[in-house]
Each structure stands twice: as structure tokens, then as C-alpha cells.
Design a protein around this ligand. Structure first.
Ligand code: ATP
Ligand code: MG
Length: 269
């Protein structure tokens, strides 16, 4: 199983849509995918997927449901975990409750190829918890200078806490590939100069009015567009991610998540 935390510095840059559509694109390539809502602020993964979940992480945190029971079938053959108002409670779990949650999450490992976390923006504790635990981070930014600056700040914080972090950048809402390449080159240059770190380019998603229309219909755009426009962009990112060289980290994901839960809490305490 590979775990991917989708994050950004600035809000509203396309994380939830990229998480959802990348999940479906990976499923279309034959992978078993689970997306989990890990956004403390606006937990709207189910809305973007156009599928109401009867139960959310809140029911798990309150002990009413087991994680497996709230796992919901989404469009395009994916499964997802809705956040509701439960993400905050999740982040605050300690001791036995945290162990129980991690054990239930670990049960999914044998039946999942990709576990994708749709995190919030910025550098709050939930973002850091998932970004530090995941095998890789997909850092979403638009070409907007404020978004780039915040993406850099996020990368800086992730590297400060995890020097070995693998951060791949997704340029969203760009005009075309050349535009994405030039914006990425600038971000890459400052990361090299000031952090001494390499960022990777996962790919780009063009600014596409069809995306906005699909979102209004609550239909994931890759299902609406297939291999056209922004649909082809997300399919290309999925192919790049599955083709990308990847080695499991020496410490297992669930142990890293346990450490990250402890670490994030200490940091913000
Ligand atoms: N490729 C695109 N082309 C056109 N519009 C887009 C594209 N990607 C995102 N958008 C617009 O940006 C909005 C925000 O997207 P999304 O909800 O995925 O962002 P987010 O980063 O998850 O936001 P938040 O920080 O609130 O969680 C969408 O509703 C849509 O209007
Ligand atoms: Mg979102």
C-alpha cells in the first residue's frame, strides 16, 4: 500500500478535486484506492465525490462505528472515508482510542493499493500529521504568487520535520504544460537555494471551465471528461505516480502515523 497526503499552503487551490479525481484515475488503472477526508476545516470530500456518506469519522471517534463500517463506495470504483466534523476529534485521539483507530486503518492495508489523504491547507497539526506519515506528499499549488509562497512555506516545514520527505508538486489551474514547467522551475529553484532540497513535479492540471461545470454537477471531472482536457491531465499524473520509482520506507506507514500523531501534538502543545 502506498499512502499519499494531498496538501497545499494556500486554501482553495484544488486539493479535494485532485484527491478525488486522482483516486478515480488510479482506480481506472486497476488499483484499489481509498480516499480519506483529513481536512479539519471544510470536510467536503463526499460533496466533491457527489456521494453522501451515511456515517463519518465522527461516528468512529465517538465509538459508534468501526472504520470499516463507514467506508463508503464512491464513484469510479473507489472507496472513501468521510470526515464530517470528526477530523478534529481524530487528531485529538490519544492512547487506546488512537491505537484502536490505527489498528482499524491498518486492516485496510491488505485490500488497498493507494490510501490518499485529502488534508487541509496550511501547516496545522492535522496537515503535518498526515504529511509526515505518508509515503509521499502531493503539494498542490496554482501559479498565483501567494499560492507559490505558501507552498514553499509548507515544503519548508515538512522538510524541517522530515528531511527525507518525498514532495511532488501538482500545478493546478495552469494554461498549459509550458506554464506549469516555468512556475515549477521557480519553486524548485527557491527550494534548492534556501532548503537545499529537491522537489519533484508530479504534473499539472489545466484551468478548465469543464472542471467547474463538473463540480457544479457534483461529478468528478475525470468521469465527465475522460481523456480530454483536465481529465487527460489527471490521468497523466496517475500514470506518473504509478510509474514513479518508489521504495517503501523502512518504518511502516502505521508506525509513522502513530509517531506523527504524537509529534504533531507535541509541536503545537
Ligand atoms: N483545474 C481547474 N480548473 C478550473 N477550476 C478549478 C480547477 N481546480 C479547481 N478549480 C476551482 O477551485 C475550486 C476549489 O477546489 P477544491 O475544493 O478542490 O480546493 P481545495 O484546495 O480542496 O480547497 P480547501 O482548501 O477549501 O479544502 C473548485 O470548486 C473550482 O471552482
Ligand atoms: Mg478541500
Amino acid at each position: 500500500m502506498r499512502s499519499i497526503a494531498v496538501t497545499s499552503g494556500k486554501g482553495g487551490v484544488g486539493k479535494t478535486n485532485i484527491s478525488s479525481n486522482l483516486a478515480i484515475a488510479l482506480a481506472q488503472q486497476g488499483h484499489r484506492v481509498v480516499v480519506m477526508d483529513a481536512d479539519l476545516g471544510l470536510a467536503n470530500l463526499d460533496v466533491v465525490l457527489g456521494t453522501r456518506a451515511a456515517c463519518t469519522l465522527q461516528h468512529v471517534c465517538s465509538g459508534e462505528k468501526r472504520l470499516r463500517e463507514i467506508l463508503t463506495n464512491g464513484p469510479g470504483g473507489i472507496r472513501f472515508i468521510a470526515g464530517g466534523s470528526g477530523v478534529q476529534e481524530l487528531i485529538n485521539l490519544t492512547g487506546n482510542e488512537l491505537e484502536q483507530f490505527l489498528a482499524e486503518l491498518a486492516e485496510l492495508e491488505s485490500e488497498t493499493d493507494f490510501l490518499i489523504f485529502d488534508t487541509g491547507a496550511g501547516v496545522d497539526e492535522s496537515v503535518m500529521t498526515f504529511a509526515l506519515a505518508a509515503d509521499e506528499v502531493l503539494l498542490v499549488t496554482t501559479p498565483d504568487p501567494a499560492s507559490i509562497t505558501d507552498a514553499y512555506a509548507t515544503a519548508k516545514l515538512i522538510f524541517a520535520n522530515k528531511p527525507s520527505a518525498l514532495i511532488r508538486v501538482v500545478l493546478n489551474m495552469v494554461a498549459d504544460e509550458a506554464h506549469a514547467q516555468s512556475v515549477f522551475a521557480r519553486l524548485q529553484a527557491i527550494a534548492r537555494q534556501f532548503l537545499g532540497k529537491k522537489l519533484h513535479l508530479a504534473g499539472y492540471v489545466r484551468q478548465d471551465p469543464n472542471v467547474v461545470q463538473a463540480i457544479r454537477r457534483r461529478e468528478p471531472f475525470v468521469l465527465a471528461l475522460g481523456n480530454r482536457g483536465a481529465g487527460s491531465d489527471i490521468l497523466r499524473i496517475a500514470a506518473a505516480i504509478t510509474g514513479a520509482e518508489w521504495e517503501p520506507e523502512p518504518v511502516g506507514f502505521f508506525d509513522r502515523l502513530r509517531l506523527a500523531f504524537g509529534g504533531a501534538r507535541k509541536k503545537t502543545a
